[in-house]
Ligand binder design. Sequence first.
Ligand code: SF4
Length: 471
Amino acid sequence: MTAGLKREFRRLLLEAVSRDNILPLTSVCNLRCVFCSHRRLPAGVDMHRFPPLPLKELAELIPFLDRHSRIVIGESATRLCEGEPFTHPDILALLGLLRRHFPCTPLQITTNGTLLGEKVVTALQRLQGETELGEPLLEMVISLNSSTAEVRRAVLGDDEPRRALDGLELCRRRGLPFHGSVVAVPHLGGWDDLEKTLLLLDTQGARTIRLFLPGYTRATPVKERGHNSLWEDVYLLRQRMSARLRCPLLLEPPLKKDLVARVEGVIEETPAAAAGLQAGDIITAVDGKNVLSAVAAFQRIKEASRPLLTVRRPAGPPARDPARPETAEYCIQLEKQKGALPGLVMERDLTKESIDLVYGAIARHKARLPLLLTSRAAAPLWQAAREQGLIPSCTCISIVPNRFFGGTICTAGLLTVSDLYRHLTSVLQEREADLLLLPGAPFDRRGLDLCGVSYRELSRAFPGAIMEILS
Ligand code: SF4
C-alpha cells in the first residue's frame, strides 16, 4: 500500500468507527456466495479490501466508538468491504477487549454462521447479559441464506454445509439471541430452499428475519440475474410466509410507498407483544400527537416512557393488506422505559430530520422552484410527504436512475456523482430550478461517492446553481 492509500484507508476506518459505530475487522470470507455484492461491483468503484487488521490497530480504534450506541461488527461501512468476522484470528480476544471497554454497550455481530462452533459460542455466552433497559448486550445476525446442503455447496461455495446449521442450533440451545437474514435467490437455489430456510430460522428462535430482494448490477452475469418478475414473486412469498412464521419477516430494501406507521410484526416477549400490538396495526398518534411517518413514530415511541399509542386495527385477523378497511381505533399503553426498544417492527421510510432538512433548505433560500433529487426507492415517500403538506407543494421530485451500478439497483446510497451529473444535465435543459437538493446518502464525510469522486464536481459543472446536500 502506498502512503496515500494508507492514509485514505485509515481515514475510512476512523469514519466507520466514529460515524457509524462499525468496527471493521477483515475483508476475508470463508464462503464464495454467487450473489455476494463484493463480487459484482462495476469497474471504478473505489472499495477497499483488507486482510485481518492487527489486534493492536483495532485496540487503537476502540476509544473512538460511542458507548451510548450499539457497536456493530461484520457489516460493510463506507468504502470498506467487510467479510466474515469469525475468520479473524483474534476475534475472541477483541470481543473481550470490547466488553472490558464497554461493559454496558450492546454488541451486534453479523456472521454467516459457519464458524459458530463450541468454543466460539461459549465465548459469546460470556459477553451476554442485559442493558439497564433490559435489552440483550449481545445480538447476532446470522446470514444463513440457505439451509439445503446442495444449495449451500453450489450457491454459497460452502464445502461443509452442516456447520452453519449446527451453529444455528447451538445458538438456540445456549440461548444466544439472534436475528436471521436471507438473500432471496430462488432462481439459483429454488423456492423450496428459500421457504425451508425461513422456517428453520423461525423454529430455531430468530427474533426477526430480513429477506433481501435479489438485486444485481450491470456487472452481474445474465445467468445469475433471474426473471423480470422475481421481485414481485419474492414479495408474494413474503406475504405468504409471514402468516406461517412466529417472528416478523421484513423485506430489504422495504420499497415502502407511503408514510403510514404500519406495524409489520411484533417481537416475542417485548413491551409491544405484552400490550397486544399486532402486525397490520396502524399507529396514528403517540401520546396524543399525530405521527409524520413510520420512522418518526418509532423514534418517538422509543424515546418515551410508557407511551400511549393511538392505533387503528384493520378488520379481521392480522394482515398486511393496506387496502383493507380499518374498523376500530383504540389506545394501547406500552410498559417500557424511556429509551428502551418497544419490540415492534416497521418498514423504514422518512425521518422527521430529513423532512425538516428539505423544508428548512427551501425556506432558507426562499426557493420557488426547488428540485429534489431522489432515488427510485425513495421517490414515493417524498411524493407522499408533498401530498401530505410536509414539504412545500412547489417541490419538484426528480428520480435519478442508478445508471452507474445499473441492473436493479435503485437506492440513494448507490448513486454516484456521474449519475447525478447526467441526470441534472438533462433535467435542467427542460425545466428551471432555483435550488437543487441532493441526497446525502451517496457521500462520505469528505463528500466522496463510492468511486471516490467529490460532489464538488457538480458545483463546478453547474456553476450558477444553488445546491444543498441533505445530510
Ligand atoms: S458470506 Fe457474505 S461476505 Fe461472505 S461471500 Fe457470502 S455474501 Fe459475501
